[in-house]
Design a protein around this ligand. Structure first.
Ligand code: G3P
Ligand code: CA
Length: 322
């Protein structure tokens, strides 16, 4: 009798929703990591807002992808596009950062060609994490999650706070608004995830991987990785096994690195698997068919269309003005 009841209860539980993550808000549609981008994502309807984090000179978490301001998308207080090397986020106070404009892409750049349909909103400034939380509150959205990436590198220790100090600062901001239960902390630099595991074991962590090019953090065949702290060879050169060895439950893989065998292995290890950053509908369909748990995309509108055509229940839009 008890077993029957348990089975009935389990069947009544809703399946975990497919995770629609708006990358940098909705970078394909609005300037990345800005309030207009997060407002657009909320207005379309997403399960998660993906965003990147830096910490200012005065200790404020701000939403920024690059450790140094990106000259492709940033104009200085004089209205001119920044030159390289641009200042580090950690070298500027919040007041100094606020005098920079991140609302448009510099013309004639590869970035401008890649995101030709992104709206231009001159006068937009970099938001604080607090402002993103407040936007969600104003949207009346009590469900959307936050996938917050610590932008920190073991190869550039002078560029940011050290891992533990970085995590403590972010945690304090999250806890001030009581949102720990709706945040996932993600990083290529697993030192920050280890710090989070120690400081806030109940905070969900997502282990980012990239297995190619300059940003490779897995280092197969190259010995211990400064990013993961692990030698892939000691874990059968299996990325899902590395994630488990680090204490991870969520693996977020560059979508081109992900194949059916790796996904099956990850599932057998009990991992939730996300794919980043997927912008073409054909890739979204392939990955959804393969069985990923979520997709991070610059175009949440496209992902919603793909999933709607497959009969997947979609998150409710919560329109809001930035
Ligand atoms: O969420 C994963 C993805 O955002 C990682 O790449 O460079 O866009 O932060 P990046
Ligand atoms: Ca990111």
């Amino acid at each position: 009798m008890r077993v029957t009841l348990l089975v009935a209860c389990l069947l009544a539980l809703p399946a975990a929703a497919f995770d629609i993550e708006g990358h940098r808000g909705a970078r394909g549609l609005m300037p990345e990591n800005t309030l207009p981008a997060f407002a657009r994502a909320l207005s379309l309807g997403v399960t998660t807002l993906e965003l990147d984090l830096g910490i200012t000179k005065d200790g404020i978490p701000v939403v920024a992808h690059d450790r140094r301001l990106n000259p492709d998308i940033t104009r200085g207080p004089d209205g001119e596009w920044l030159a390289n090397p641009a200042p580090r986020v950690r070298e500027l106070t919040l007041a100094e950062l606020a005098r920079h404009d991140v609302g448009a892409i510099r013309p004639d750049t590869a970035y401008a060609r890649t995101f030709a349909t992104q709206a231009s909103l001159p006068g937009t400034r970099m938001p604080t994490l607090d402002e993103v939380f407040d936007l969600v509150r104003r949207a009346g959205n009590g469900a959307v999650r936050f996938d917050i990436e610590t932008k920190i590198s073991p190869l550039a220790p002078d560029d940011t706070l050290a891992p533990e100090a970085f995590v403590r600062t972010v945690l304090a901001a999250i806890d001030r608004v009581g949102l720990r239960g709706r945040v996932t902390l993600q990083s290529f630099d697993w030192r920050t995830l280890a710090a989070a595991a120690a400081l806030a074991p109940d905070l969900e962590r997502s282990y980012l991987t990239l297995e190619r090019g300059n940003g490779d953090n897995v280092w197969k065949g190259k010995g211990p990785s400064p990013w993961t702290g692990l030698d892939a060879a000691a874990h059968g050169n299996s990325t899902p096994r590395l994630v488990r060895a680090a204490g991870g439950r969520v693996w977020s893989a560059f979508f081109r690195d992900l194949d059916a065998a790796a996904l099956a292995e990850a599932k057998a290890l009990g991992l939730k698997v996300l794919a980043w950053t997927v912008n073409e509908p054909a890739d979204m369909i392939r990955l959804a068919d393969m069985g990923v748990d979520g997709i991070i995309t610059d175009y949440p509108d496209r992902l919603r269309d793909v999933l709607a055509a497959r009969g997947v229940a979609l998150p409710v839009p919560t329109p809001v003005q930035p």
